[in-house]
Write a protein that binds this ligand. Structure first.
Ligand code: IMP
Ligand code: MG
Length: 196
């Protein structure tokens, strides 16, 4: 089938076991740093699946969750705006912003600039994936699942045209094939053989 991942692309970049191990480690790291509890702020929609697992991996301290949605309104400049704001008042709280992937860092640096004036006690970043090779804005990712090379990835919350978020693994995908047909990899990745 045209545009489907080559056989070599079948093996996930991160398997279910890889993801579970990273989420568990991140949970321990966050617990250790925030004995009074933590408010996880998920960046919609990419952080959805990761946050659901991360929240359950934090057991030693109280956990609350909230969500923020931001959108680029000028992709070429990287400027973004808030589409859905937090419900929680974060003043004096320990906040961990949860992201699927930090790429250029523009999204997250904007978000942190919005949240810092609200005077949280601590404001840290937890990202499942980090692609430091493309960073434009220097950014400290305190809790990091995995550094990845400059490849486009899908699954475990990461999408193309809102597809593939529900893959239980993270796979590399050819962005050119996706631009031609956003659903190009759906048959290959979901049927007949679910990604391991
Ligand atoms: P940044 O502002 O360049 O750091 O962009 C980060 C956002 O772009 C992430 O939160 C993702 O939503 C999206 N993104 C970046 N790289 C990928 C990818 O490889 N696959 C899917 N989404 C991505
Ligand atoms: Mg994101």
């Amino acid at each position: 089938m045209t545009g489907a991942p080559r056989e070599s692309r079948w093996s996930p970049l991160l398997t279910r076991a890889d993801l579970a191990a990273r989420v568990d480690r991140l949970g321990r790291e966050i617990e250790a740093d925030h004995p009074d509890g933590v408010l996880l702020v998920g960046v919609l929609k990419g952080a959805l699946i990761f946050l659901a697992d991360l929240a359950r991996a934090i057991r030693a301290v109280p956990v609350e969750v909230d969500f923020i949605a931001i959108s680029r309104y000028a992709p070429d400049t990287g400027r973004v705006r808030i589409l859905k704001d937090l419900e929680a008042d974060i003043a004096g709280r320990d906040i961990v912003v949860v992201e699927d992937i930090v790429d250029t860092g523009l999204t997250l640096s904007y978000l942190l600039r919005q949240l810092e004036p609200r005077a949280p006690r601590r404001l840290d970043v937890c990202a499942l994936l980090d692609r430091p090779g493309r960073r434009i804005v220097p950014l400290e990712v305190r809790y990091k699942g995995e550094e990845i090379p400059d490849v486009f990835v899908l699954g475990y919350g990461l999408h193309y045209a809102d597809l593939y978020r529900n893959l239980p693994v993270v796979v590399e995908a050819d962005p050119r094939a996706l631009r031609e047909d956003p659903a190009a990899f759906v048959p290959a990745l979901y049927q007949p053989r679910p990604a391991a």
